[in-house]
Design a protein around this ligand. Structure first.
Ligand code: AMP
Length: 274
């Protein structure tokens, strides 16, 4: 595996490799969710590039940019074991210029749900994803459904900017108890983790209500809220279509049920796709 720490090193490493490129962008502190994306990229491409970059422009003032878990040594080992070809770990200075041309998330999709509570988060996310897709010349890029709104916006950017890359949607990987894997789970104490399980329980409750033909989203959200009584703050419980428009009635194909909560200071998101 080649570790490229600058853009020149990335270009140099790419020169000698021929074939389709599967790209997995991450912010590191790799877990099985990331590894599942890498495996899929490995299965479907000749070359796999993984990036680890904690992107400052997608963090808001007061968020956890400075404390975000950084585990470079362990991550390098994981990438080596996963037979990644190039691990790209650029510095902030190499990725950003002083006065940058900005890509802005669209006002509807980018400023509801996560975008409402984290204004400009998606602008920064799209900015870095655009840069990384261009730098890696990815044939296919792999993203988790866990960040459902992120995935939808990236697909929109690829479409609107005519980017020559296929975006692959990957399933959410969970702990055996149902907790969606996340680098931020490391902030949780064992007791917090037990409270965090109610997130998956609330999503499961929604599914079982839908199975029993309850399609009224207001009623479903009310019942989910009861299951989430032990979290410190519910930021949103939302039921939307694939365009992230709020639904009054569940559509049996094309609905996403999303939850964002706080356990202490830790913000956790999860969702289920129907
Ligand atoms: P992150 O390092 O958190 O920015 O995530 C990098 C990529 O991994 C994104 O496409 C995420 O959606 C994806 N990802 C994170 N957690 C999971 C998970 N539990 N299951 C599947 N994909 C995930």
């Amino acid at each position: 595996m080649i570790i490229a720490k600058s853009i020149n090193e990335l270009y140099e490493a790419k020169k000698n490799l021929i074939g389709s490129i599967g790209f997995v962008p991450t912010m590191g502190a790799l877990h099985n969710g990331h590894i599942s994306l890498i495996r899929r990229a490995k299965d479907e491409n000749k070359i796999v590039i993984v990036s680890i970059f904690v992107n400052p422009t997608q963090f808001l003032e007061g968020e956890d940019f400075s404390t975000y878990p950084r585990k470079d040594l362990a991550d390098i080992e994981i990438c080596k074991m996963s037979k990644v070809d190039i691990l790209f770990m650029p510095s902030i200075n190499s990725m950003y210029k002083k006065d940058e041309l900005i890509i802005m998330a669209p006002s509807i999709g980018g400023y509801v749900l996560d975008g409402a509570s984290r204004p400009k988060h998606f602008d920064g996310m799209l900015q870095i994803v655009m840069k990384l897709l261009n730098l890696t010349s990815a044939t296919k890029a792999y993203f988790g459904k866990k960040d459902a709104q992120q995935l939808a916006l990236i697909k929109q950017m690829v479409n609107h900017y005519f980017l020559d890359v296929e975006i692959v949607e990957c399933e959410i990987i969970r702990e055996c108890n149902g907790l969606a894997m996340s680098s931020r789970n490391s902030y949780l104490s064992p007791k917090d983790k037990i409270r965090a399980l109610t997130i998956f329980q609330s999503l499961n409750l929604a599914i079982s209500m839908i199975f029993k033909k309850e399609l009224n989203t207001k009623i479903i959200k009310q019942e989910m809220k009861k299951v989430l009584s032990k979290v410190d703050k519910i930021e949103y419980i939302e039921i939307v279509n694939r365009d992230f428009h709020s639904l009054e009635s569940v559509e049996l194909q094309g609905t996403i049920i999303l939850v964002a909560v706080y356990i202490g200071d830790t913000r956790l998101i999860d969702n289920i796709w129907i």
